[in-house]
Design a protein around this ligand. Structure first.
Ligand code: EPS
Length: 373
């Protein structure tokens, strides 16, 4: 139902995003989008570019008199970090962990892979986040809350998360790493500072929870329609993500079945939520829980072994200014990615033209299944 497309290079003039398929009637508040972009630029461990990149943007289409019209919704961001890419010095020594080598081979850029670096950069997620933040707004109109946060920075891991979006958001606002509970910033900061001093980098885990999500979204009838498959695809599509987990998917793989079933406590309400709100790829009424695992940033000041694609000489990979850890930023992007997939499933089930029609259809559905909850 929804399609998103972006264009633009990391240091090009503009980034452009288009989201097609949004229903009419979502109030678009530029400040709401601005807050997403600000949060995505933040988090401790980001590089120098984020200090001057302001993410000034314009809405280029799909909104009239403050509301979506049903036409494609588009945002344009002006890059403050733009350079003249026509005159960018050639790059021929690939950095391990980046797309440099594979991308150069694939597109025939072995004499200069600047085009690979420019498009594979995570800068693209600025405009993706901007257009997809509107799906968060849409879900809010239906009473659905989505929150993204950092679950682990390197090996500093939050043990348990409060089951309340308001508490998570309040704690997150006070954490330089966007943690959902207090008490972890100091240890994580010491770790990141140590990495920065030694020219090293970190990865970690981000998590997205969605509260008050209706049961029955997605479908089990075909693998491509399962919501877990659709969520995994968008999360894996995010730069540096190497694994996705739904609920306690990784932990339950180590346990007997008797310990990890989500028994019914009172009618449809469960005693636990190991499944992360999805059974058979369909929402079951419990909180949706999705995690992404980020590898450490690939750019290292302690340069790694590489070679020159033109001369074939052994060389050290170049060091290009970079972030130390981006888990907090990834948690913001992921929040909009999960909202996008769930908004898509809502439109499938309840109609896709106008917010009011969707609200009416949802209300009638919730009335039908009300006795089970
Ligand atoms: C990125 C490298 C850095 C990051 C950039 C992603 O950019 P630069 O090479 O200009 O310092 O700052 O992230 C962003 C600009 C952003 O908005 O997230 C990379 O190689 O992926």
């Amino acid at each position: 139902m929804l399609r998103v497309l972006t264009a633009g290079e990391s240091h090009g003039k503009y980034l452009v995003g288009i989201l097609e398929g949004l229903p009419a009637g979502i109030e678009i508040d530029k400040e709401f989008i601005r807050q997403y972009l600000k949060r995505r630029r933040g988090g401790y461990g980001r590089g120098r570019r984020m200090n001057f990149e302001a993410d000034e943007f314009e809405i280029a289409g799909g909104v009239i008199k403050g509301k979506t019209t049903g036409a494609p919704f588009s945002v344009i961001i002006k890059n403050s970090g733009a350079r003249d890419l026509e005159r960018e010095p050639a790059k021929t020594v690939p950095r391990p962990g980046h797309t440099d080598f594979a991308g150069a081979l694939k597109y025939g850029f072995t004499d200069d892979f600047v085009p690979v670096i420019e498009r594979s950069s995570a800068r693209e997620t600025a405009v993706r986040t901007a257009v997809l933040s509107v799906t968060v707004k849409f879900l809010k109109l239906l009473g659905i809350e989505v929150v993204g946060f950092s679950r682990a920075i390197g090996n500093v891991k939050v043990e348990s998360v409060p089951d309340d979006p308001t508490v998570i958001i309040k704690n997150r606002e006070h954490s330089i790493f966007y943690f959902p509970v207090p008490g972890y910033d100091e240890r994580a900061k010491a770790l990141v500072d140590r990495m920065q001093e030694t020219g090293d980098t970190l990865g970690g885990i981000f998590e997205v929870r969605m509260f008050n999500i209706p049961p029955g979204l997605g479908s089990y009838v075909d693998p491509t329609r399962r919501l877990d498959a659709r969520l995994a695809a968008v999360i894996m599509g995010l730069n540096a993500v190497k694994a996705v987990e739904i609920g306690d998917g990784i932990e339950v793989a180590k346990k007997p079945g008797s310990e990890v079933q989500d028994e019914f406590a009172c009618r449809g309400k469960r005693k636990s939520n190991f499944a992360g709100g999805l059974e058979g790829g369909v929402t079951n009424g419990e909180t949706l829980i999705v995690r992404g695992y980020l590898k450490p940033i690939s750019t290292l000041r302690n340069r790694k072994k590489s070679f020159d694609l033109v001369t074939l000489e052994e060389k050290l990979a170049p060091y290009i200014r970079s972030d130390t850890v981006v888990v907090p930023a990834a948690s913001v992007i992921a929040e909009t990615l999960v909202a996008y997939v769930i908004a898509d499933a809502i439109l499938e089930k309840f109609g896709a033209d106008s917010v009011n029609d969707i609200k009416t259809a949802l209300k009638s559905y919730l009335k039908r299944i009300g006795k089970y909850f």
